[in-house]
Design a protein around this ligand. Sequence first.
Ligand SMILES: [Zn+2]
Length: 78
Amino acid sequence: MIFTNFREIDGAGRIVISKDIRNHLNIKAGDVLHIEADNDCITIKKAEQKCTFCNSSENLKCLMGKYVCSKCIDELNK
Ligand SMILES: [Zn+2]
């Protein structure tokens, strides 16, 4: 299924991702999106939600745009 929308950018550079696309991709408030641009195209992808260090997908927190699991956070704090 392909979703296509036309959206206006507001004065702060924000766009709204429509509810049907958010529901389709299970995007919730607080999720991190990866935005990539080349010459004339912008691609927005749901960021892979795995720990940057161990690839775990459990107990993740987003730190500075990177996911880190609670176990690795404990290791980093030692
Ligand atoms: Zn980890």
